[in-house]
Ligand binder design. Structure first.
Ligand code: SF4
Length: 524
C-alpha cells in the first residue's frame, strides 16, 4: 500500500509499487496494490480480516510517519481478526534509511532494503512453500536485503546485493512494461484539477518513468543520495537506461496507453556527467526524428528534473542541450534552487556545490529565452537563514514567476533520516510522538529543523496552516470547487503566508498582486 501523504498531492500510479507487483506476478505470486488516492481502505481492511493476505506491506514515508503508523495499526487490528498469521513489511527510502524506528514501532516485522524486488520475491516464494513451518523470521534469515529483530531482541541487518546495470535495466525497463491502470488515474485528474495557473501546460495523460538509479550529489537536506549506497553498504555508481531504452519506453506508453506527456521522475534526468549529457542529446534526437516521421504525435511533451550545473560547461551555457531538449518537447524542467542567497547555498543544510546565484540567473534566463519553463524548487525557513534572506529569495522567485517560471515551495526544512545534516547536531528539531497502544512504546519522530533566527523560528510551524487559509480564500474568491490546486499557486500562497506571519505587509501585497495578475491574465 502507499502512504496516505501523497493523497491528492501527486495523483499518479505509484510506479515503485507497480514495478514490485509486476515482478512478484512474474514469479506467480498474487499481489494487489492499495492506493489511497483511488481505492477504499475499508474494502481492504475487510479483505485482510477475512484472511485474504499473507504479507501486507507499505511504502512508508517520514513526512507522514505518524499517519502511516496509524494506518498500519488499523491493518494489524484487521489481521488479528482473521485466522491467518499476517506478516507486516515496509520498504522504500524511509524504511531503508530509518529502519530502526519502524521496527521499534512494533507495526513492521521486516524491512526490505533498497531495490527490494528480488528479496521480497524470494521471501514470498519461500513463505508460500511454507519452508520453515510459518516462521517468517527464519525465512528472512536466508535472504539478502532485509532488516528485522529476532525473537531474542537482536537486530539482524543483511545488506542488499550490489545493484548491477543488468538488474537495474531488468527492473526499470523490462519490468515496467505491464498493466498499470492509467485510465483510472487520468479520469480522476480530469475530475479534480483546476486549470489555468501554472505557466507549465498540464497534460492529464502523463506517465512517470524512472531512468536512473539515484543522484550522487551531497545536498545537505536531501536523503535521495543515501538510499542505494546505504541499502548495499557500499559506494554505488550511477546506473542509467540508454537513450534507446528510454525512447522505447516512450513508444510503448504512447502505443499502449495513449500517453501524451512523460514525467521523468529521476532526481536529475540529465545526470550531470558526460554520459548523461550524451544520453539526453541522443534521446532528444530520437524523439525529434520520431515526431518528424509521424511515429509519435507532435504534441507529446516531456518533463524532467535537472540541476543548474547540467546546463553549464565551465560557466558557459550548454545551449546545445537546452535547444535539443526544447526541440524534443521538453517544455519545462524542475530545478532544485532552494534559495537565492549565496551564503545559504554554502550552508550545511543546502550545500549546493559549485554553483552560485549568478549561475542560477544565467541558466534560468537561458531556459526562458529558449522557451523551457523552469520550475523553481525553493525551501522556506532554512535553519541558518535570516528574515532578509528569506524575503530576498521570495522576491527573486517572484521576479522569475513574472518572467514565466513556476515555483514549488517547501514550507520548512524537513529532518530527513539519511540526509547529511540529519546527524549534524546543534540545531533544534521539532518532533511529534506516536504511541503503540498495545505495548506502550513511544516513538519520537523528527519532523523539521527549527530556524536559529527568532522570527523565523516563531513562524515556521504556522506557515503551512496559513498557506492553506490563503488558498481557501482564493478558492472562495474565484469560485473553485476542485481539489488539485496548481503547485505554483500553492508556492506563491506560501510566500504570502510567510510574509504575513513576518508582518511584511508590503511583500504580502506584492505577492498577492502577482497571483491576481496571473489569474486575471494580466501577465503571460
Ligand atoms: S537535492 Fe537534488 S541534486 Fe541535491 S542530492 Fe538531492 S536529488 Fe541530488
Amino acid at each position: 500500500m502507499t502512504s496516505k501523504c501523497w493523497v491528492g498531492f501527486n495523483l499518479a500510479p505509484p510506479i515503485g509499487l507497480y514495478r514490485l507487483k509486476n515482478y512478484l506476478e512474474k514469479n506467480e505470486l498474487k499481489c494487489d496494490i492499495l492506493d489511497f488516492d483511488i481505492d477504499s481502505e475499508q474494502s481492504y481492511l475487510q479483505r485482510v480480516s477475512e484472511g485474504d493476505y499473507d504479507v501486507i506491506g507499505m511504502s512508508v514515508t517520514h513526512l507522514n510517519m505518524k499517519d502511516d503508523l496509524d494506518t498500519l495499526l488499523r491493518f494489524r487490528d484487521a489481521a488479528r481478526r482473521s485466522a491467518k498469521k499476517c506478516i507486516f513489511i515496509a520498504g522504500g527510502h524511509e524504511a531503508t534509511l530509518n529502519y530502526k524506528q519502524w521496527l521499534e514501532s512494533g507495526m513492521v516485522d521486516i524491512i526490505f532494503l533498497g531495490f527490494a524486488e528480488d528479496a521480497l520475491s524470494a521471501f514470498c516464494v519461500k513463505l508460500s512453500f511454507n519452508e520453515t513451518n510459518g516462521n517468517h523470521l527464519e525465512i528472512a534469515h536466508e535472504i539478502a536485503g532485509v532488516v528485522f529483530y529476532k525473537s531474542d531482541g537482536k537486530l539482524v541487518y543483511k545488506s542488499s546485493p550490489r545493484l548491477t546495470s543488468e538488474k537495474f535495466r531488468q527492473l526499470s525497463f523490462n519490468n515496467i512494461k505491464s498493466a498499470i491502470p492509467y485510465d483510472k488515474y487520468w479520469q480522476k485528474v480530469r475530475d479534480d484539477k483546476i486549470d489555468g495557473f501554472n505557466h507549465t501546460e498540464f497534460i492529464v495523460e502523463t506517465v512517470r518513468l524512472y531512468t536512473s538509479s539515484h543522484c550522487p550529489r551531497k545536498c545537505g537536506f536531501c536523503s535521495s543520495q543515501s538510499f542505494l549506497p546505504e541499502s548495499q553498504k557500499s559506494v554505488a555508481p550511477i546506473l542509467m537506461l540508454s537513450a534507446e531504452d528510454v525512447y522505447e519506453l516512450v513508444l510503448y506508453h504512447i502505443d499502449k496507453y495513449g500517453a501524451r506527456g512523460f514525467l521523468f521522475s529521476d532526481d536529475d534526468f540529465p545526470v550531470g556527467n558526460r554520459e548523461g549529457i550524451v544520453r539526453i542529446l541522443n534521446f532528444s534526437k530520437l524523439i525529434v526524428n520520431a515526431k518528424n516521421s509521424g511515429r509519435i504525435p507532435k504534441e507529446v511533451k516531456f518533463f524532467c528534473q535537472s540541476r543548474i550545473a547540467d546546463f553549464l560547461d565551465q560557466k558557459n551555457v550548454r545551449w546545445n542541450v537546452i535547444e535539443a531538449m526544447k526541440n524534443a518537447g521538453f517544455d519545462n524542467t524542475g530545478l532544485g534552487i532552494e534559495t537565492f542567497s549565496d551564503k545559504l547555498l554554502k550552508s550545511p543544510f543546502i550545500n549546493k556545490i559549485g554553483v552560485t546565484t549568478n549561475d542560477y540567473r544565467i541558466v534560468l534566463d537561458a531556459l526562458l529565452e529558449k522557451g523551457i519553463i523552469p520550475i523553481i524548487f525553493l525551501i522556506v525557513g532554512i535553519p541558518d537563514g535570516t528574515v532578509e534572506e528569506q524575503i530576498e529569495t521570495m522576491y527573486v522567485a517572484m521576479e522569475y514567476i513574472r518572467k514565466g517560471a513556476d515555483v514549488s515551495v517547501l514550507a520548512r526544512l524537513r529532518a530527513n533520516p539519511g540526509s547529511p545534516v540529519y546527524s549534524l547536531g546543534g540545531y533544534d528539531i521539532s518532533t511529534t510522538t506516536w504511541k503503540n497502544p498495545y505495548t506502550g512504546t513511544e516513538i519520537v519522530i523528527n519532523d523539521y529543523f527549527i530556524p536559529k533566527n527568532e522570527e523565523l523560528s516563531r513562524i515556521v510551524g504556522m506557515i503551512q496552516e496559513t498557506t492553506e487559509s490563503v488558498i481557501n480564500n482564493i478558492k472562495i474568491q474565484r469560485g473553485w470547487d476542485k481539489n488539485i490546486v496548481p503547485k505554483s499557486l500553492v508556492g506563491i500562497a506560501t510566500f504570502i503566508a510567510t510574509a504575513k506571519l513576518l508582518h511584511r505587509d508590503a511583500a504580502a501585497n506584492d505577492f498577492t498582486r502577482t497571483i491576481n495578475d496571473i489569474l486575471d491574465e494580466k501577465i503571460h
